[in-house]
Design a binder for this molecule. Structure first.
Ligand code: NCD
Length: 824
């Protein structure tokens, strides 16, 4: 303590100390006044100048440092030391007291540096109950200036939401002056939101009476379709207009509406006719909640949310505000709390502020939300579980949102506080509520702690284009696929000539990318025998339609989502019907110049399941053995087919084939370069098995040099936030050109051993066969052929949820016993 005591003297403090301490300090040349400690009885009159008691009582001491002695034999119940009595006095007279030597030193250091020592109202050692909740989701976040590039509304909303415990929001597509209804407004919103968000978010598109036909352009950029009945001037009030939206919108993305009364009844009927789920936002009327309850009872796939303000404010508080429920309505909402799936914030607080003649801020109501609900918990009207379900579990499930990694909040649930009358208006200012958010974690980082936001703008991800995560049993959209809706009108050209018989564009030959989407859109039509409008619509929007599929590099994130949505739909359809008639009358040729079981049979099965036919040519029995060139072979096959699937040992085979083929070439593997369709299947499998790709640790093991499926899959990983481990002997390391594609874009580490530590943090263990046929010499192959063997011993340390994947064929790299170790 001596240096700290010297420091106190140097910065101008007058020091006092009791007997021994005072002598010690003075012996070291620091002036210090002796004070007498309390005597045993405390009765003896002390001369005030030398009395510690008097100094404390007269408040002439600014800081009292007293370190309790560590006498473990003392029985506190029967003995009260003088030290204790003086500390007690300091507390009674409100004199700052320090009882810990480290704290004393730090405090003196801080005082000497003139650090702001204002005492905050945070009780750092409180007895309040702290609970950890998962990061909350606001499914309806109102951003007034959503399309305005210069508006700070979005950043403010995301910042305030984060500080109030939300780590994900779904932005309402309805702004104050403008809504997101088409590609222009959605682009404007993207610009205004770019790099500004403090949390993950997604946007939706709003339906108008006449935008159904344009929605296809934006479907991959939004999370859902919102059908507003009460906002837009071009109000969507005709059932026919709403019906066309139901026809057009893909079943894998949710439909949300704020329909009320008779509009609500129409929407529920339409949803029922289309056998698709619908979510009702901002229910306020008692008849509406009763209708939703009844619909649920009858098995309709309907879910709903209620704005938290509507649960705690009514027209009894603001008689002129028609956005609020009446007291009777509010009572009904509480009575039906079990059928309310989500709580939301929505635009209600903003409009209430308006009715209260206050200047509405975009963030009004956000900070009130959780405390209002926790007050209801304290009052016994809700449980904590009710809140978690409605602000986390159900939103994630209903809107197919991604589960956020390491995002949570610590809340002192029973701590009461008075809502301040700050610059942001609150309908509850001056009222006492329960529940204080102390800490918010976002992606493993503390972004809010005791009133201080440390998050960076731009750290939140735009999840709009993520699309839903397919979950096999939650939605059965096959029935919607069988509804016959209005077909898109075909051009004469398309009626005369099937798109499948048109040649692939020979000039731009080959790659379909998102940038060619608009161009190819002009050539698209719905093939005649597609079973229903939803799948047809999805297919009609694929940029890879009628294009050669050579490399995964042709695909961006949106393409993948579209591909998976289509695959999901087809799978459900095939499961129900066995064969779909999507490709009736079409024929593909398959030609495998290398052996194959899984890939070749999957193409044949897919073609037949979609109603088409296959001619498979056996390379060893073909004219290739007579010296026919690859170009000639391809041109010959193209005469008889609508597309060609080819596997070939040479790296440039796929490109050569594409350059001469008038019909699309699908690459089933070109040398050790790529195997795009296997990689799509692998990615689809990961999503199916683990729910999401983001946040996973994926470990590739084995022959990473020649394993083409690895090269393709790893490149697809660039579209996700993943951590990659590459485990191989150095001779079989991932080729430099693939690594070059990864560098700076994705985290990856290389290892030559598969350690327990790697297995333990892995979510997907992707194993490959050592590709004997591609080695220069057999000795070389023999040296590495059994480099890694995955058996139950290796998997002992693995997470329960870890999956082992293998593109097949398997040799000894994955033991058979692994097939049977599943935890059911
Ligand atoms: C792989 C291939 O041929 O690239 N298998 C497959 O197509 N499913 C893997 C291999 O041959 O080891």
């Amino acid at each position: 303590m001596l240096p700290s005591i010297r420091r106190l003297h140097e910065i101008g403090y007058r020091l006092f100390a009791t007997a021994g301490t005072s002598d010690f300090i003075q012996e070291h040349g620091i002036p210090c006044q002796y004070l007498e400690t309390l005597n045993e009885s405390g009765a003896k009159e002390q001369k005030s100048e030398y009395s510690l008691t008097q100094h404390l009582a007269n408040n002439t001491i600014d800081l009292y440092i007293n370190l309790p002695s560590n006498n473990r034999f003392r029985r506190p119940a029967s003995y009260m030391s003088t030290g204790y009595q003086t500390r007690r006095l300091a507390v009674d007279y409100s004199i700052p007291l320090v009882t810990n030597v480290k704290c004393a030193k730090l405090l003196i250091e801080a005082m000497s540096k003139k650090i702001n020592l204002e005492v905050s109202d945070v009780d750092f050692q409180s007895s309040h109950r702290t609970v950890v909740l998962p990061g909350l989701v606001n499914i309806a976040s109102f951003v007034p200036g959503i399309t305005k590039a210069k508006s700070s509304d979005f950043e403010e909303v995301t910042r305030a939401s984060l500080a109030s415990g939300f780590t994900m929001i779904r932005v309402l597509p309805v702004g104050l002056d403008e809504s997101l209804t088409d590609a222009r407004t959605i682009t404007a919103a993207h610009i205004s939101m770019k790099n500004k968000s403090h949390l993950d978010f997604n946007i939706s598109v709003a339906a108008t009476s006449d935008n159904a036909q344009q929605l296809g352009q934006v479907v991959s950029e939004v999370g859902s379709l919102f059908i507003p009945f009460n906002h837009l001037s071009g109000n969507i009030n005709k059932v026919a207009a709403v019906a066309s939206h139901f026809n057009i919108w893909p079943p894998v993305k949710p439909i949300v509406t704020d329909a009320k009364t008779t509009d609500l009844a129409s929407i529920l009927l339409l949803a029922s006719l289309h056998s698709r789920p619908v979510h009702i936002h901002n229910v306020i009327h008692r008849h509406d909640i009763a209708l939703i309850a009844l619909s649920k009872e009858k098995g309709l796939q309907v879910t709903c949310d209620v704005s938290v303000y509507a649960l705690f404010l009514s027209r009894a508080d603001y008689p002129d505000d028609s956005h609020l429920p009446t007291l009777k309505d509010q009572k009904a909402l509480w009575e039906h709390i079990d059928i309310i799936d989500c709580f939301s914030i929505g635009s209600l607080p903003y409009y209430v502020a308006h009715s209260a003649k206050q200047n509405p801020s975009p963030i009004v109501g956000i900070a009130d939300t959780l405390p209002l609900l926790l007050t209801a918990v304290a009052d016994g009207r809700l449980t904590l579980d009710d809140i978690i379900q409605r602000l986390h579990d159900n939103p994630i499930r209903i809107f197919d949102l991604h589960e956020q990694q390491e995002s949570s909040l610590e809340v002192e649930v029973d701590r009461r506080f008075r809502v301040p009358s700050g610059p942001v208006w609150s309908a509850f200012a001056g009222k006492t509520l329960s529940g204080v958010v102390r800490r918010v974690m976002f992606n493993g980082q503390t972004v809010y702690l005791d009133g201080v936001i440390t998050s960076q703008r731009g750290q939140g991800k735009d999840m709009s284009g993520m699309g839903p995560i397919p979950r096999p049993s939650t939605r059965d959209s096959a029935s919607s696929a069988s509804i016959v809706g209005p077909r898109r009108r075909m051009t004469v050209e398309h009626q005369l000539q099937s798109p499948f018989l048109r040649s692939a564009d020979p000039v731009n030959s080959t790659y379909a990318t998102a940038s060619t989407m608009q161009h190819s859109g002009a050539l698209m039509s719905i093939p005649p025998l597609i079973p229903g409008p939803s799948l047809a619509e999805m297919i009609s929007h694929t940029p890879f339609y009628r294009k050669h599929i050579i490399s995964v590099k042709q695909f961006d994130r949106n393409d993948l989502h579209l591909l998976f949505s289509i695959a999901q739909e087809m799978r459900i359809g095939v499961k129900r019907q066995g064969v779909l008639n999507l490709l009736q009358g079409r024929l593909i040729c398959t030609m495998f110049f290398e052996p194959s079981t899984r890939t070749s049979s999957s193409f044949e099965a897919a073609m037949q399941r979609l109603g088409g036919k296959v001619v498979s040519v056996t390379a060893s029995a073909s004219s290739v053995t007579k010296g026919e060139s690859l170009g000639d072979t391809i041109r010959t096959l193209a005469c008889y087919s609508d597309a060609i699937v080819m596997r070939h040992p040479s790296a440039d085979s796929a490109m050569i084939a594409a350059s001469v083929s008038p019909v699309p070439i699908i690459n089933g593997g070109n040398g050790s370069i790529e195997h795009p369709t296997q990689a799509f299947l692998d990615l689809f499998t990961i999503r199916e098995e683990l729910g999401t790709v983001n946040g996973l640790t994926i470990t590739f093991v084995g022959d990473l040099k020649y394993g083409r499926t690895v090269h393709s899959l790893i490149r697809l990983m660039l579209h996700y936030h993943v951590n990659i481990n590459l485990v191989s002997p150095s001779q079989l390391a991932l080729p430099d050109e693939v690594k070059a594609d990864l560098r700076g874009r994705i985290e990856f580490q290389e290892y030559s051993e598969l350690s327990n530590e790697i297995v333990a943090r892995t979510d997907v263990l992707y194993c490959t066969r050592v590709q004997q046929e591609r080695f220069e010499s057999n000795e070389e192959y023999e040296r590495v052929k059994s480099c890694f063997v995955i058996d139950n011993r290796v998997l002992r340390v693995a997470k329960k949820s870890m999956i082992v994947m293998h593109p097949l064929p398997r040799n000894q790299e994955v033991s058979d016993e692994v097939d049977f170790d599943q935890v059911y």
